[in-house]
Design a protein around this ligand. Structure first.
Ligand code: MG
Length: 273
């Protein structure tokens, strides 16, 4: 009882001092930190590199094979094979390699490797052309894999498929889900039961007011794929929560500078309204 009262007292004191942990902007390594030496996009090594540098999250792309297995790969094709028309065995042919020599990772291999970095979020992009039959297999398989590895509290789901985002939000209501499309205002996305947006930075240049609108609705704002210093600084100025980037170490440095001095002299930050 004394311990509980003490904890409550400390909590109240910190809140009174305004020292509650503010989340602040965060770095998401796009397709992992694949630019590190010896790595490749969407490889296990890229996930490990993102974990090693302490990235908030590692983003990766997931495709479904013809025999209902999930693999980590950006395109619908892998070498000369169409993933949704190929079996897992055909894709795991040892003559087919990622640029760093790895075999295409299964979702189980990727999520198992992520357990080494328990603080890192797993920004799970389901690749989909919006085909209901495909999504009816890929979504439950995704949820099963996430549960099998016990990473429900670490997954943030993203997709260009609005139907996939809506369905995932229903299947895993405690997960952050971010729609990638960019054509909908935050209120329209929220009305579909989706609690985040992840748009290209050109969308926020056109609609800077969407960042504040999303925040007012309690939504998280992610932005892709921001690699240039000026673009990263501008998106931080707009108030984006997550910066998805191929340059995670640069973004981490710029975020640290931004947090210590949000509006430095000589750097113009466009107004949000
Ligand atoms: Mg992606």
């Amino acid at each position: 009882m004394k311990k509980l009262l003490f904890t409550l007292l400390i909590g109240c004191l910190l809140a009174a001092c305004g020292k509650e942990a503010a989340p602040g902007p965060q770095v998401v390594a796009h397709r992992g930190y694949w630019k590190a030496k010896g790595s490749a996009q969407n490889s296990i090594s890229s996930l490990q590199n993102a974990g090693r540098i302490g990235a908030y999250g590692s983003e990766f792309d997931v495709n479904l094979t013809a025999d209902g297995q999930l693999v980590v790969n950006h395109d619908f094709t892998y070498h000369d094979r169409v993933i949704y028309e190929s079996t897992l065995e055909a894709l795991r042919d040892t003559s087919l390699r990622l640029k760093n020599g790895e075999i295409i990772p299964t979702i189980d291999e990727y999520l198992a490797a992520s357990l080494e970095y328990p603080a890192m979020k797993l920004v799970y992009e389901l690749k989909s052309k919006g085909d209901p039959e495909y999504e009816a297999k890929a979504l439950p398989a995704s949820v099963e894999a996430i549960r099998r590895h016990g990473v429900e509290d670490r997954v943030e789901f993203i997709s260009f498929s609005l139907s996939a985002c809506k369905e995932f939000a229903k299947l895993m209501p405690n997960c952050l889900v971010e729609y990638l499309g960019g054509e909908l205002a935050p209120a329209e996305v929220k009305a579909l039961g989706i609690n985040g947006i992840d748009y290209h930075f050109s969308v926020f240049d056109k609609h800077p007011e969407w960042v504040a609108e999303a925040h007012e609705l309690g939504m998280v704002v992610n932005v892709w794929t921001v690699d240039q210093e000026a673009d990263i600084v501008r998106m931080l100025g707009l108030g984006c929560d997550h910066i998805t980037t191929n340059e995670p170490e640069l973004a981490a440095r710029l975020i640290a500078e931004f947090v210590s001095n949000p509006n430095p002299a000589g750097k113009e930050v466009p107004p949000t309204k």
